[in-house]
Design a protein around this ligand. Structure first.
Ligand code: SAM
Length: 330
């Protein structure tokens, strides 16, 4: 039986955090005072979990963190994942999200191991602005080298995610449009969500989709593209000449919960059915207690039934989740 929640949404996409450690201190994510908080599991346990999920309909697995490339053994883990099959007998679509700092040297081995796609987080194309946001002075050159190396290795189409914040990097919008064309990458702007360790978020700091489209359109006319699939989170645009692609992910101003196909696994083995869940489901606790695969599959079905209809960002009474993004896995 495949995973379908009580609103009829098929759950086909698993995001799995393999560590909540990170070597960047992006101002919108980490306070800079906290390190890792939660335990990592051995890769063999993540593998068992992914195998269980694949057996009930998961097709895409995204490895994330913290910073997933910090975890020793990640290449071998990807190789093991690539041996798993979906219910239809197809290989899993394996992707990773990374800050790119270690990608230049790891892109080739990851691709060889079976990674299909990579998303690199990069919040500025100006090196000084990049350093102010990440609080890592030498990061920009490394991340750019990582992006180029991943493209050379065929991890294509390569997506570059940028979280826009008014007063921090909103002046980078137009330069990012040029960057997408020059580097032949898909740049995706993400609206800032209230998921940070500190207290930076406010409605005013969010740069909304409409504003991004208008601003880029003034320098390079945009043409909207159809979604690749129903659960696509990004609104997609190309330019008048068809060269380059921009995506805008607008969870705040244009939420896409109705088409959500995702669940998340935290590094310590808890299932989260929404980024903004107020409850976690202790899958690993059940594994440690000796539950069989059949019992665990039943647990996955029960858990998915509790998936929230939608998030409530910006509404009165909104509650931040107990974990911030870096400890959930973005
Ligand atoms: N370290 C990896 C990276 O940098 O991509 C993976 C983990 S990171 C938490 C995953 C993604 O979440 C990044 O693209 C990051 O920019 C994004 N992110 C973190 N906090 C966010 C927030 N409050 N709102 C929107 N996106 C956020």
């Amino acid at each position: 039986m495949l995973l379908v929640d009580k609103f009829g949404r098929a759950i086909t996409d698993l995001r799995i955090s393999i560590t909540d450690r990170c070597n960047y201190k992006c101002v919108y994510c980490r306070s800079g005072n906290e390190g890792a908080i939660y335990q990592d599991l051995p890769f063999s346990e993540y593998l068992r979990i992914v195998r269980l999920f694949a057996g009930v309909g998961i097709k895409k697995v995204r490895i994330t963190g913290g910073e997933p490339l910090l975890r020793k053994g990640v290449v071998e883990f990807v190789r093991e994942l690539s041996r798993l099959r979906t219910v239809e007998g197809q290989p899993l679509d394996i992707a990773a999200t990374t800050n790119g700092h270690l990608l230049a040297e790891m892109a080739g081995p990851l691709k060889d191991a079976g990674l299909r796609r990579v998303t690199v987080s990069m919040d500025a194309v100006d090196p000084e602005c990049f350093a102010r946001i990440t609080r890592v002075p030498t990061g920009f050159a490394r991340v750019l080298a990582g992006i180029r190396s991943a493209k050379r290795e065929g991890l294509d189409p390569l997506k570059v995610n940028c979280v826009l914040m008014r007063g921090f990097n909103d002046d980078q919008v137009e330069a990012f449009a040029h960057f997408a064309r020059q580097e032949q990458v898909i740049v995706r702007f993400i609206e800032f969500m209230p998921l940070e360790e500190g207290r930076l978020w406010s409605p005013d700091i969010v740069v909304p989709l409409r504003e991004i489209v208008e601003r880029i359109g003034r320098v390079l006319p945009l043409v909207e593209l159809p979604p690749n699939e129903a659960s696509e989170t990004a609104r997609r645009y190309t330019f008048h000449d068809g060269v380059g692609e921009i995506g805008i992910i607008a969870p705040v101003t244009q939420a896409f919960c109705g088409a959500c196909s995702r669940v998340r696994l935290t590094s310590d083995g808890k299932i989260r059915t929404c980024l903004f869940s107020q409850v976690e489901h202790d899958l690993y606790g059940r594994m440690r207690a000796g539950a069989s695969d059949t019992e665990l599959r039943r647990y996955l079905h029960r858990t998915v039934q509790q998936k929230e209809a939608r998030h409530h960002i910006g509404e009165p009474g909104f509650l931040k989740p107990s974990r911030s993004m870096v400890h959930i896995g973005g």
